[in-house]
Design a protein around this ligand. Structure first.
Ligand code: CP
Length: 329
């Protein structure tokens, strides 16, 4: 009989204190498609509590004795560091493999073997990989939860969750907002996940990009089928005044096969104080970071620039996710 890898953590011995009935206990976090609106409300509720606890006491022992393996095949500052911080603030510890070239991957070890090795030591694995579908492949072999921390140009579900949490915390609601996504909508995986997640709400979405960097057609059609109003532009001017959330992305140099094309589009949009002067007073400016050219540093003092707060919200959302998949929330 062919090997059928189990989809969930199925140890017969439930670790002490784990709640098998906890939402998302033992589940993989692979795509935003797995979250319905109720799930999002639950995650944001837990993230809100995590924020209160961190602000009040800094760290606590909810995940004491648990181990996270942080497996990154691509560079990361925010995602890797915030998962480490999340685990440590919850009293757990981390095996950090941020440079796979120093691991047995350089000797030719496959992703399934690497994952099956790490789950022998850890309770949950966070994976970033350059290939779309890598997290789903890992999950087919893993008995412990896999959290997708970005798979090529595919998805970045935990980023989308923290983006949505940011909007909710900053503007109080998501329903009724006009969200404008600007920049590299073709290769930017954060906007792919965010657009799908926003389709759970009553929103209008504008896409502003050069024609070669448009939002993938399958995502536009997916949202169309859900009745989400969407419009595409090549300049920001027609939609800036109506925008509640301006979500800017970097042009993803590393994904271009033609460097000349990258040079042609890399400076297509730059947010400056002059652009901000034409935006709503209550608009928020978001960016998943790293930024390169897209937002000048003199915008950072504008209270509407939410991107550094957005990073901090990521800590609370990732604390919530770790607690949930490990049965403690
Ligand atoms: N937003 C984000 O994924 O940043 P890093 O690449 O630094 O993790």
């Amino acid at each position: 009989m062919p090997f059928q890898p189990p989809q969930r953590y199925q140890s017969p011995h439930l670790p002490f204190g784990d709640r098998r009935d906890a939402p998302f206990y033992g589940k993989h976090i692979l795509s935003v498609r797995q979250f319905q609106r109720d799930d999002l409300a639950y995650i944001f509720g837990v993230a809100h509590e995590m924020r209160e606890m961190v602000l009040r006491i800094g760290a606590f022992d909810l995940l004491k004795g648990k181990i996270l393996a942080n497996l990154f095949y691509e560079p990361s500052t925010r995602t890797a560091a915030s998962f480490v911080a999340a685990m440590e603030r919850l009293g757990g510890s981390v095996i950090a493999i941020n440079e796979v070239r120093y691991s047995s991957v350089t000797k030719g070890e496959s992703l399934p073997d690497t994952v099956r090795t790490l789950e022998a030591y850890a309770d949950v694995i966070v994976l970033r990989h350059p290939q779309e579908g890598a997290a789903a492949l890992a999950a087919r072999y893993a008995r412990k939860p896999i959290i997708n921390a970005g798979d090529g140009t595919g998805e970045h579900p935990t980023q989308a969750l923290l983006d949505l949490f940011t909007i909710r915390e900053e503007l109080g609601t998501i329903d009724g907002l006009t969200i404008t996504m600007l920049g590299d909508l073709r290769y930017g995986r954060t906007v792919h996940s965010l657009a799908r997640l926003l389709s759970r709400y009553r929103v209008k979405i504008n896409y502003v990009s050069p024609p070669v960097l448009r939002m993938p057609r399958d995502i536009v059609r997916e949202l169309e089928a859900k009745g989400i109003p969407q419009a595409e532009y090549t300049t920001l001017d027609p939609v800036l005044a109506e925008t509640d959330v301006l979500y800017v992305t970097r042009v993803q140099k590393e994904r271009f096969e033609d460097p000349a094309l990258y040079d042609r589009v890399k400076d297509a949009y730059v947010i400056t104080p002059e652009v901000m002067a034409r935006a709503k007073d209550r608009m928020i400016l978001m960016h998943p970071f790293p930024r390169v050219y897209e937002i000048t540093m003199d915008v950072d003092q504008d209270p509407r620039a939410a991107y550094f707060r957005q990073m901090e919200y990521g800590l609370y959302v990732r604390m919530a996710l770790l607690a949930m998949v490990l049965g403690k929330a």
